[in-house]
Ligand binder design. Structure first.
Ligand code: ACM
Ligand code: ZN
Length: 529
């Protein structure tokens, strides 16, 4: 807020120098922290406009030029140059790290000052929205902006259905345009292992393919499609996606599920299980009793070898180890698991999971990374350094934040964007269930129930996209949009959110979706609940 009061002073002098303020409005999503639009005067941006690059900000300039080329359907991207007039971008250490200031005036032209490259990129995203929703006209005025949360995430499940490299890049484009900065990539699960691991080629040779896919909610045989289904990313493809995301200031957090949700790995490498029985890559949705054995040293060796390669591929400080929904039936009957419990002085199987998670966390820390996991990592006794993803509600997140762990809030009832968007479900296709309309997300306060002292541990908010019933990126987009806009308002603007203006802003903002060619659900715009 200190920063914003400084801005307020600067702006006050600017306003006094400007003609009378009018009701000229710009519809930007998420809502900028501060926006003042002059009554008159504007700059028209065309494909011929130059981007003047100071401080070696070539990447944000090139990203913007490419986005604009697509919008203008121009032969060439906008010119970037170290000198000249046009859209000038530069850095200033007084601007918050991911924040920016945009001045549009006769003297300055369009000037965007960022606290970092990412800040400049977000300033250019705001400019892109203004250009697209306002017919290329950028009114004179001043915008100062910064994010409410450092962690602004969206998740994508590529196990239940697989999405190509091109699809994932498209997903990243959508996140970046909403000023999100984390993609949580759910790469492994019971229904398919999707990341090449050189030490264990069987994981993708065998574990990436399932016999068929469950297409109904019912369990009768007729509800499976009978079609073999699979896919995975080579390490080269993973590197390509990571680099693509980084250019859009999105960090990819890879998730390797353990010790539950691992049936695809168990199919590939049966020795990872307690009883070493052969199992199929799973063709059901839900929770399977087949889990990794937590008693055998070979399991830990496997997990560390996999994570070593994952660490090489992903620069993200946080590495997601899953940890959710692990039934303990097999462990109760396993001599290795029982022997490990005895050796470690553990009384029940939940503590054995706590032991596995703590041991993996130690490994990650020794390798310069930090662990994040679903909130079940709290059940077996959590360490002080783990980051907790609160999905079963808010309670686990509140508990973790109060005890000093960092938390990402992603409660199922508000953040699972694979849930239905309308009560009637008409036109929504078969989905997994639930009901989360745009307004429900928008009304949510992620700090609810958190003490003032613990608020600093709520590092962010995330929406999740589980893909059991989402076969194509087009369907994913329809589930994501426009609800991601509500999510982004929380992530970027939170307490500055403006419930009064969100509907008119969205009505303009949909032009941006149209221009980008993204599929979005019509329900919110139709007023359908
Ligand atoms: C989860 O939805 N099982 C994290
Ligand atoms: Zn076991």
């Amino acid at each position: 807020m200190k920063y914003l009061s400084r801005i307020a002073l600067v702006v006050l002098s600017l306003i006094l120098a400007l003609p009378v303020l009018s009701a000229r409005e710009l519809h930007v999503v998420p809502q900028p922290a501060y926006m003042d639009i002059a009554a008159e005067g504007e700059i028209v941006v065309t494909p011929k406009t130059t981007i003047v690059v100071v401080d070696e900000l070539w990447n944000p300039a090139e990203q913007f030029a490419a986005d604009m080329q697509e919008y203008f359907d121009a032969e060439k991207p906008m010119r970037t140059s170290k000198r000249g007039k046009g859209i000038k971008i530069r850095l200033d250490k007084f601007v918050p790290a991911e924040g920016y200031e945009m001045t549009v005036s006769e003297e300055e032209g369009i000037l965007i000052i960022g606290g970092s490259e990412a800040g400049v990129y977000y300033g250019l995203q705001t400019l892109r929205q203004i250009i697209i929703t306002n017919d290329g006209k950028v009114p004179y005025g001043f915008i100062a902006d910064e994010p409410a949360f450092a962690y602004r995430g969206a998740h994508l499940d590529v196990s239940r259905h697989f999405f190509s490299v091109e699809d994932v890049k498209r997903y990243i484009d959508i996140l970046a345009a909403h000023k999100l900065n984390r993609l949580h990539w759910h790469l492994t699960d019971d229904q398919g292992w999707r990341i090449e691991i050189k030490a264990y080629p069987e994981l993708t040779e065998k574990g990436a393919m399932r016999k068929e896919t469950l297409i109904g909610h019912g369990l009768e045989p007729k509800w499976w499609d009978g079609e073999p289904y699979g896919g995975y990313y080579t390490q080269e493809e993973i590197r390509d996606v990571v680099a693509y995301a980084a250019k859009r200031y999105v960090t990819i957090i890879p998730e390797i599920e353990m010790p539950g949700h691992s049936q695809a790995a168990l199919h590939a490498l049966p020795w990872l299980g307690c009883n070493e029985q052969e199992v199929d890559v799973w063709t059901m949705w839900g929770v399977t009793p087949e889990v990794l054995c937590a008693g055998k040293e070979t399991t830990y060796e496997f997990l560390e070898n996999v994570l070593k390669e994952v660490i090489e591929l992903f620069p993200s400080e946080l590495i997601h180890i899953g940890g959710d929904e692990c039934p303990k039936d097999r462990w109760k009957e396993c001599e290795h698991c029982q022997a490990m419990m005895k050796a470690q002085g553990l009384e029940h199987e939940e503590q054995l999971q706590g032991y596995l998670v703590a041991r993996i966390e130690k490994f990650l820390i020794a390798n310069g990374r930090r662990m994040i996991g679903w909130d079940e990592i709290l059940d077996g006794g959590v360490t002080d350094t783990a980051t907790v993803m609160s999905w079963r509600g808010l309670k686990a997140g509140i508990y973790a934040a109060e005890r000093g762990n960092d938390v990402v809030m992603t409660p199922m009832t508000l953040c699972y964007l694979n849930f239905y968007q309308t009560k009637s479900q008409e036109g929504e296709g078969l989905q997994i269930g639930g009901y989360i309309p745009f307004e429900m997300i928008y009304a949510w306060d992620p700090y609810e129930g958190v003490s003032d002292d613990a608020k600093k541990h709520i590092i962010g908010v995330q929406c999740n996209m589980w893909s059991e019933y989402l076969k194509t990126m087009s369907w994913v987009e329809k589930m994501l949009l426009p609800r991601l806009a509500a999510m982004a308002e929380i992530q970027w603007a939170n307490e500055r959110r403006d419930a009064e203006s969100i509907r008119p802003r969205m009505n303009t903002f949909r032009k941006f979706y149209d221009a980008c060619g993204w599929n979005y659900a019509p329900y919110y715009f139709e007023g359908r609940e």
